[in-house]
Design a protein around this ligand. Structure first.
Ligand code: FES
Length: 356
């Protein structure tokens, strides 16, 4: 199983008044484990008042940039983000699993592609990593970014973006949209809703044939932007998205039918080439918690069906998945599931964590 390792905080500084940027050094000997694809995230764990908290935060560094950097927006009442912004300092460590996630761009220096990004708020972090990596690695590719925020002062990584624009003026287009600050040009005011996406796209993407669009932000924004891009002619298979935050009630949503049965199923896990089995009740909330109840530690982070840290392949048997914001349609078709969202349906289930 992917292990947590302590990464040392090399720098921690305010990014905006409500967010911090943290630079993390990987322990010697583990550098290879923390190589990443631009767009991937780090599952992190801290202990606050004796309670373990896990969250995933996207890496915002370019693919060859070290130390690794993440950006954390402080959510009022958010135990992890408040602790990170208020209590952590240089020299402290953060436990991190190796980078994970399928929201990424495949780099190739021979590519000559146009990419489009739509980010809202802290949804910029994975897309910033993509922009840096594409511009640095693919000399003939271009990136167009549409970035929505309430106001300029709370716009994360704005300086990094301007610096990239200065460095790659011909290959990077930046378009900011502010919902609480009126702009000189109406197209730059408002939210990234369907009308705005259509307006921006028609205005600034004329003549482009984007190879891929990357959309990152809250749940509603993802749906709206994706639908609008498909309407504008983009192939849905080329629109990739990652949700920020666990949609409300996602962790609790369960199919009613699964609640009625209370008999047991045998779940066998293949991980790192080893097999382990445990019994779970069919009305147990999910496989991750049921395994923990039997002393088996399975990977997880958000437990809300978003981050896909708990992704595994169903080799035998059947499970039912309550919520899925983390797997692409092809993965579901191929038999991958999110264990944090899955309950047992058949009497016997074989889950493969080694199949990638
Ligand atoms: S732990 Fe995040 S999707 Fe399952």
């Amino acid at each position: 199983m992917k292990q947590f390792h302590p990464l040392t905080i090399e720098r921690i500084e305010p990014e905006t008044s409500d967010s911090v940027r943290i630079a993390l050094a990987v322990p010697a000997g583990f550098e290879g484990d923390y190589e990443f694809l631009p767009g991937q995230h780090l599952p992190l764990e801290i202990t606050v008042d004796g309670k373990k908290l896990r969250r995933t935060y996207s890496i915002c560094s370019g693919v060859d940039e070290r130390p690794l950097q993440i950006g954390i927006r402080v959510q009022p009442g958010g135990a992890f983000s408040e602790y990170a912004a208020g209590q952590l300092s240089v020299g402290d460590t953060l436990d991190a699993m190796p980078p994970a996630g399928h929201f990424h761009v495949d780099l190739d220096k021979s590519h000559s592609k146009d990419y489009v990004g739509f980010a809202a708020g802290s949804g910029i972090t994975p897309i910033l990593s993509m922009i840096k990596s594409v511009l640095e690695t693919e000399p003939n590719s271009r990136f167009v970014l549409f970035y929505g925020n309430r106001k300029q002062a709370t716009t994360m990584f704005i300086e990094d973006l301007y610096a990239l624009k200065n460095r790659y003026p011909e290959r990077l287009q930046l378009h900011f949209v502010f919902s609480q600050e009126e702009q000189e040009f109406p197209v730059a005011s408002g939210r990234l809703d369907a009308d705005k996406v259509r307006e921006l796209y028609r205005h600034f993407c004329k003549g482009l044939e984007p190879a891929a669009a990357f959309v990152c932000g809250p749940d509603t924004m993802i749906g709206t932007v994706t639908e609008a891009l498909v309407e504008l002619g983009m192939d849905a298979a080329h629109v990739h998205s990652e949700r920020f935050g666990v949609p409300r009630d996602a962790a609790k949503a369960r199919p009613a039918a699964a609640r009625k049965a209370a008999d047991h199923a045998t779940v066998t896990i293949i991980m790192d080439g080893h097999k382990k089995s445990f019994e779970m009740r069919r009305d147990d909330d999910n496989i991750v918690d049921a395994a923990a109840g039997s002393g088996i530690d399975l990977p997880y982070s958000c437990k809300g069906g978003v981050c896909a840290t708990c992704r595994c392949h169903v080799r035998e048997g059947e499970v039912t998945m309550a919520t899925n914001y983390g797997l692409e349609p092809w993965e579901v078709k191929a038999g991958y599931v999110l264990a944090c969202q899955s309950r047992a349906v058949s009497d016997s289930i074989l889950l493969d964590y080694d199949k990638t």
